[in-house]
Design a protein around this ligand. Structure first.
Ligand SMILES: NC(=O)c1ccc[n+]([C@@H]2O[C@H](COP(=O)([O-])OP(=O)(O)OC[C@H]3O[C@@H](n4cnc5c(N)ncnc54)[C@H](O)[C@@H]3O)[C@@H](O)[C@H]2O)c1
Length: 333
């Protein structure tokens, strides 16, 4: 298949590009490298440095390269920033997203897989979370992701767009080639590994949650398992629809197992072979005690099974990548 990956220079996008290339697909990456790295894009993929929000440019890219399907990973995705600057999030994730849908419509590309998030659920009443849970985001990041999912549903009903929204829980780990290099880094595992490398204590936000060890519980998914799910989802958008089946589908991606912050710190200490310094502070606003996915629907519809679900594998691969790239990617491709 001929696939355009927006955000293919980012963490999730780059590991997915590797996977798609290995499976024999032809891959074009569209990335403005605002938070990603050109060096993360394998040479076998064609990189265009531009924004997916530029409708005319994207239309030409799709037409000129006879693209058949789009994987839309690019987004603004910092929760705190989204609360301070909702304007940026509505422009990029909603207005820009619709520009991408329009480009796809003009170019006759009718298949899209979208990087959504567990943040669309807000603070769920029950766990594990199924796709039937109410969508009630508590920040503009989650809200704009939900809004784009809904836009794709209506484009499906009116124009036949086939879409799959993949609601990731906490992505972790690295491939041999690509890993996580964000500035600022807001994700737990690279933050812990940063503390391990620098010896500077990391902040643990609250240890008085209603969980067995008092720290929040999350569902971590290995980035290579996620990449595999994207490949299956892209293929699924090409399977003829059974009568009565909706053209837009949303699927949770997690392992269904929860680990607490202290579990993750313990597993990281085992991986790096030394204690990791941290200081405990107050809770962060908007952090639910437990977020664990039910990924039954993804298993059923995609035939997907996570294979690298242990913390040891996720943290071990992230630590190996970090040791091989102590300064991150640098600037060269
Ligand atoms: N990492 C996670 O734990 C996680 C969890 C849930 C959802 N997500 C979603 O998955 C996607 C990928 O996340 P990530 O962690 O790989 O983020 P990332 O920041 O590493 O990657 C995003 C990529 O998109 C690019 N980009 C941003 N705006 C762009 C624009 N206007 N035009 C072109 N490229 C642009 C960035 O340069 C970057 O390479 C995001 O949509 C994010 O919301 C990630």
């Amino acid at each position: 298949m001929r696939i355009l990956v927006t955000g293919g220079a980012g963490y999730v996008g780059s590991v997915t590009v590797e996977r798609l290339l290995a499976a024999g697909h032809a891959v074009w990456v569209l990335d403005d490298v605002s938070t990603g790295h050109a060096a993360a894009v394998p040479r076998e993929a064609t990189l265009t440095v531009a924004s997916y929000t530029d409708e005319d440019r994207v239309t030409r890219l799709l037409v000129d390269n006879s693209i058949e399907a789009i994987l839309h990973c690019a987004a603004r995705s910092l929760v705190g920033e989204s609360i301070r600057e909702p304007s940026i999030y509505y422009r990029a994730n909603v207005v820009g997203g619709v520009a991408l849908l329009e480009a796809a419509r003009r170019a006759g590309v009718g298949r899209i897989v979208f990087s959504s998030t567990a943040a669309v659920y807000g603070i769920p009443a029950t766990t594990p979370i199924t796709e039937a849970a109410p969508l009630d985001p508590i920040n503009p990041y989650g809200e704009t992701k939900r809004t784009f999912e809904v836009a794709m549903r209506w484009y499906g009903a009116a124009y036949g767009l086939r879409s799959i929204s993949l609601r990731y829980f906490n992505v972790a780990g690295a491939s041999e080639r690509n890993g996580e290099d964000h500035d600022p880094e807001t994700h737990l595992i690279p933050t812990i590994l940063g503390a391990a490398a620098s010896g500077q204590p990391m902040a643990l936000f609250g240890d008085d949650y209603p969980t067995p060890d008092g720290t929040p519980i999350r569902d971590y998914i290995h980035v290579e398992d996620l990449a595999n799910a994207h490949e299956l989802a892209l293929a699924a958008t090409g399977v003829p629809l059974e009568p009565g089946t909706p053209p837009a589908v949303s699927l949770n991606l997690g392992t269904g197992t929860g680990f607490s912050v202290r579990d993750v710190i313990g597993a990281a200490e085992a991986a790096v072979g030394r204690p990791i310094p941290y200081s405990t502070g107050p809770r962060r606003a908007g952090d639910p005690p437990i977020l664990v996915a039910s990924a039954e629907r993804a298993r059923e519809l995609l035939g997907w099974t996570p294979r690298r679900g242990s913390l040891a594998e996720m943290i071990g691969s992230a630590w190996r990548w970090r040791q091989a790239h102590p300064g991150g990617y640098g600037e060269t491709r």
